[in-house]
Design a binder for this molecule. Sequence first.
Ligand code: FEO
Ligand code: CA
Ligand code: CA
Ligand code: CA
Length: 628
Amino acid sequence: MKDVDTYDLSWDDWDELQSPRPEENGFDAVVEAAISRRGFMSGVLAFGSGAAVMGTSTLLSTTSAKAQAASRFGFTPLPIATDGTVHVPEGYSWKPVAKWGQPLFSDAPEFDHAVGGSFESSERVFGENTDGMEAFQIGSRQVIAVNHEYVNTKINLPQNEGGVPASAEDVRKLQNLQGVTVMEVAEGADGWEIVLDSPLNRRITHNTPMRIAGPAAGHDLLKTDADPDGLEALGTMNNCGAGKTPWGTYLTCEENFNGYFGSTDEDFKRPDDYLRYGIGLEGRYAYEKFDPRYDVSKNVNEPRRFGYIVEIDPSDASSTPVKHTALGRFKHENAAAVIAPDGRVVVYMGDDERGEFMYKYVSTGVYTPGGETSTLLDEGQLYVARFNDDQTGEWVALTPEATDMSEAEIAIYTRMAASKVGATTMDRPEWVAVNPVAVEGYSALTNNRNRGVKPNAGGDDTAVNGPNPREMNHYGQIVRWFPENDDHANPAFRWDLYVMAGNPTVHDDAYGGSDNVNEGNLFNSPDGMMFDSTGLLWIQTDGNDANTGDFEGMGNNQMLAGDPATGQIERFLTGPKGSEVTGLTWSADRRTMFVGIQHPGAPFPDGEGKLPRSTVIAVKRDDNALVG
Ligand code: FEO
Ligand code: CA
Ligand code: CA
Ligand code: CA
């Protein structure tokens, strides 16, 4: 074990510990330079000069926003909170729908706080760390598919000292608590509840068989002793954000898959792609000690079978999920799918790691309602984003000609392919959202303490650039792009920054944020992001909730709503201390919004003496009016 308690680290911090970047020598000196006035100014100038070319500011102009009242927001903005529960505006209320460990089937017992839920039932209950989700109307049933990103072993294995997994059974329990839940929900007199034993209820775990599809299917790099054809993987992991296809299936996105693998042979020499993807010699949950599949000294290709987007049919609990390698392999955050004017399917995606990239996939075939859809996510072109400082940009095709790699290699070693074409290093792209009422996309660039400090794991320069204009960026920003000719399939776009988070009460420079940030809506680290059907942008945060120093006045993590037209942003919901607010979807009648509360630090929602439980809550207006 390392000399810090790794079970309390964020994935971002854990990655840094596990796989420090080679350029750490002289780190202090570099930091010193970065925080000096001169270092900072070079950042501002980088985007200032680009803005001059356009004759406008890189930032959204919000003068009109200030002149307008809170016209688009049907709520009174909420103050910050620092306590252990959820708050919503006056006239709204919330209630838990699904808590970690809650039975999906009547053969599972009620949650036992003493043991963090039983091992025997761990595959039959709502999983841990709720994250991205989507709702589906299937016949007369309402179904939510929801991700379970990772585990918190101290509460999942409370009887183990330090929460350290100590047996194959412990590891299996953790594997069962992650993945995806598909659950039918219904609204009754007491609000929304899980429909126990619904034929659509399903758990997908780290051991569920999946079909591998697309250009990498059957490639030598995906073959293992257990799967010599390289066509069937077991499990999906670190399921972070989500997406929905036009044909009504769920997309779940494999993010920090690297952290589950380790080596029982300490002399195992990691291949180059392991270094780029942060695959280390010691896994986060000791899987490799008790489940040989995760031991890279025995299965060098196993990690190469993760890091994809997986499609799940929520209408058939016996369907086999499909890993779509054409969408690339990286730390997938979410998937925002949209139809181009000519019917092709466009999927926007971010790679959430400091200095990694943003991607877009465009199908070869076109979508027609009720038509054949089986190849739309397997046959198409993957692109990576290049942002120019003059507020133009292009999606660069990752082709064999451009990368000197085969289509299969591009699908498996996507980060390396993107580095070869000079993609723009980003400040950790989290969720992408596409406006349903205007042709524009948004990406939450959550933060990046390495901006301007050191290269990414592939050695790509991370000096400040247009959409990432602040060194050691600890607040984050949201970039927005406008596809040329109002066509999401078009490779050309213009861009601006919708918001730069910051703290104007502490800083009077760019770290004070853009002018649509004010004392009433302070936040940091935008992460989850969804548009509602009216075109209001909902922003969820996963940031520093210490509420002191640079983060004073921001309080707990939260959900805000933003008006794309005016830039106005107002706070709608605050989460319990220690939690992240992540995951959002709506009931079919749009009178309920379902919101995810991940890893609360307080004993939420069951109260004192109980374990904290990640929970999906339902938020409604007391007058039952529409909420999106
Ligand atoms: Fe799982 Fe990048 O958040
Ligand atoms: Ca996230
Ligand atoms: Ca995050
Ligand atoms: Ca998280």
